[in-house]
Ligand binder design. Structure first.
Ligand code: HEM
Length: 132
């Protein structure tokens, strides 16, 4: 955006672009509202400590968007292992995530970037496929 020649361009992180911590928290709140309202997905979250889960998701999304907190992505495998999640359910969640970012007016390239990260962690989240 800067048009002054020679100026140092500060590239805002996607995290800043979408509005920082309040936007990330809002995105995560909306995401779980939708997941819990979806009859195909709600049962997965029975008995789960939602505030804790949301806290981890805030850290993960902050991390993915280039914000200030980290999240150990390798935790995703153990966290989902016992859940036996299908590709279809994975895709449903990923689509809600993209939809929530869209609702919050995240730029399309940010939505696509998050989508790519989600795609990259899919193997950690879905159950090993039965014979293809
Ligand atoms: C689309 C990509 C997904 C991402 C990025 C993601 C992210 C996360 C994160 C960060 C946690 C917290 C792990 C921890 O305790 O550190 C978590 C836990 C969990 N996720 Fe996901 N998740 C995804 C997909 C799904 C799907 C498709 C389902 C089910 C339909 C699901 C159900 C759960 C449940 C039930 C937990 C809590 C597990 C427990 O505490 O025992 N997740 N997820």
């Amino acid at each position: 955006m800067s048009d002054s020649p020679g100026a140092t361009t500060t590239v805002s992180s996607a995290y800043d672009l979408i509005g920082g911590a309040p936007s990330v928290r809002e995105a995560v709140d909306r995401l779980y509202t939708y997941l819990l309202a979806d009859e195909q997905l709600a049962d997965y979250f029975d008995g789960i400590d939602l505030p804790k889960l949301k806290g981890h998701m805030v850290m993960l999304l902050t991390h993915v968007l280039g914000g200030p907190t980290g999240y150990p992505v390798e935790n995703l495998g153990p966290a989902h292992a016992r859940l036996n999640i299908s590709v279809a359910h994975y895709e449903r969640v990923a689509q809600y995530a993209a939809g929530v970012l869209f609702e919050l007016h995240a730029p399309m390239d940010v939505i696509l970037q998050v989508g790519q990260v989600l795609a990259s962690v899919q193997p950690l989240i879905v159950a090993a496929p039965a014979a293809a």
